[in-house]
Design a protein around this ligand. Structure first.
Ligand code: NAD
Length: 458
């Protein structure tokens, strides 16, 4: 049996070697999931809900240990691991509260002769190939509503969050979800690729654009339902009437939270010329106040990068920005020693000739560009192949609404950033993806409607 080495990104030390799946095991788990799914779907919805309630209680019982596990394998600062787990409890609550209503049979027309109804059936066996940056959030956005609506789930956690993925499986099974109904698949891209060869009824992916395209190409000929939650290059515009200290503090947090490794991290900032210098000063001060260090420490704000390979991406974006005339205001280098460490890095005088303003960074690196007004800011925010989120800072709600209406992204933010709500659909435009999770639409996504035409009188 092959093994998956799990390393601590803060130190580079080997944590463990996990038994990994191969193509034969992936096929076997897939067959077992297929066989188990109909009985799971036949159970009353209330029974499936009960298992998820118990799963939630299991997380609450082990929250500290689960947070520490996630921090060890991903390098996420411990306070943020705790935040993710607590936030995940809220997402479970949302799904528990809404699934029954969303999946109830709807009578949409009825007269003396005819009745029309919509039934919501599970897709069947769904595959979930997931990312490491928020493993509970991005995994749970799929497997909680998928299980509640009667699907079996083949869950492939990222190889950089595999221990957390196994902990999810252990807690679900302990709560009563059968092992064949939720089956974890451990390994790297080869295990994900093997999953695509199975008889699946839906593929829900969170990860990079490059992998998403590969998956879409592989599944295209089979017309399998496909959802892709991909990367972003999320922009914010700070207007001349914005509260500069508040905007700078909020955006520094949005850019650097989870060491910049959020799909909706702030990755580009446009600032009106009249407040530009004051904003840049406040922003650099806010970033400089973030404590970089051991992610297990309560006081740490910025930890290591999860993936060592991303250090090269950051080096390349920094070199390109410098060569094209950006001004380095903070950081700009790797930190010495073992582990995957990069200084929090801020550039001003950035422009769209630079990879820093065009390609996903996914690390503690941000570019700031001066703009002369609203028209230029909107044009720059839309000058991206991605379309996940965008924001505006101004006290003027009408102006914010008017600006954000012109921006082509799945989510928009007024005076906030880097925010996801279980009550709102999470989706991207362009290269940020296909389909959505969360909200009641993100429950429906795991069902297929069956249309009933019922003639009562002949
Ligand atoms: P990744 O594409 O490298 O890996 C994602 C998953 O795909 C992993 O489980 C990996 O093992 C698997 N995989 C790799 N090659 C495969 C193949 N050929 N076939 C099938 N599966 C394969 O991405 P990552 O580094 O884990 O995640 C970071 C990316 O995820 C960033 O771009 C980030 O923006 C994005 N992301 C998006 C959202 C969102 O909601 N839009 C949320 C979180 C992360």
């Amino acid at each position: 049996m092959s093994r998956l080495a799990v390393r601590n990104p803060a130190t580079g030390a080997l944590i463990t070697e996990l038994p990994a799946d191969d193509a034969v095991e992936v096929a076997a788990k897939s067959r077992l999931a297929r066989a188990a799914q109909p009985a799971w779907a036949r159970r009353p919805e209330s029974e499936r809900r009960e298992y998820i309630v118990r799963f939630r209680a299991g997380i609450v019982d082990e929250l500290e240990a689960l947070a520490a596990l996630m921090t060890r394998e991903t390098g996420k600062p411990i306070s943020m691991s705790r935040n993710e787990l607590n936030g995940f409890l809220g997402r479970i609550d949302f799904f528990l509260a809404h699934t029954q209503a969303v999946t109830a049979v709807q009578t949409v027309f009825s007269d003396s002769g005819m009745q029309e109804q919509i039934e919501h059936l599970p897709l069947g066996v769904v595959a979930n190939i997931s990312a490491w940056n928020y493993p509970w959030f991005v995994g749970g956005n799929v497997f909680i509503p998928a299980l509640l609506t009667g699907n079996a789930v083949l869950y492939k956690p990222s190889e950089f969050a595999a221990m957390t993925g196994l902990a999810m499986a252990r807690l679900l099974h302990a709560a009563g979800v059968p092992g064949d109904v939720f089956a974890p698949l451990i390994g790297g891209g080869d295990v994900g690729a093997a999953l695509l060869d199975q008889a699946i009824d839906g593929l829900f992916f969170t990860g990079s654009h490059a992998t998403g395209v590969r998956i879409a190409q592989a599944l295209g000929p089979r017309l399998v339902k496909l959802q892709l939650e991909l990367g972003g290059k999320d922009a914010t515009y700070v207007c001349e009437d914005a509260d500069v200290p508040k905007a700078a503090g909020s955006l520094a947090d949005g850019a650097m939270y989870n060491t910049g490794q959020s799909c909706c991290a702030v990755e580009r900032i446009y600032v009106h010329a009249s407040i530009h210098d004051a904003f840049v000063k406040a922003f650099v001060a806010a970033v400089s106040a973030f404590k970089v260090g051991d992610p297990m420490l309560e006081s740490t704000c910025i930890g290591p990068l999860t993936r060592a390979a991303q250090l090269d991406v950051l080096d390349a974006q920094v070199a390109d920005a410098l060569a094209r005339g950006a001004t380095l205001l903070a950081g700009g280098h790797r930190l010495p020693g073992p582990g995957n460490w990069y200084q929090p890095t801020v550039f001003s005088n950035a422009s769209h000739t630079m990879a820093l303003m065009r390609e996903e960074t996914f690390g503690p690196l941000i570019g700031i560009q001066k703009v002369r007004g609203d028209e230029e800011a909107v044009a720059l925010m839309n000058d991206s192949r991605y379309g996940l989120t965008a924001g505006v800072f101004t006290p003027d709600e009408a102006r914010a609404r008017q600006l954000l209406a012109q921006v082509s992204t799945g989510s928009v933010y007024w005076n906030c950033c880097d925010r996801v709500s279980p009550r709102l659909p999470w989706s991207g435009r362009g290269d940020s993806g296909l389909g959505l999770t969360l909200s009641t639409y993100g429950i429906q996504a795991f069902t297929r409607p069956k249309a009933w035409h019922l003639r009562q009188a002949w």
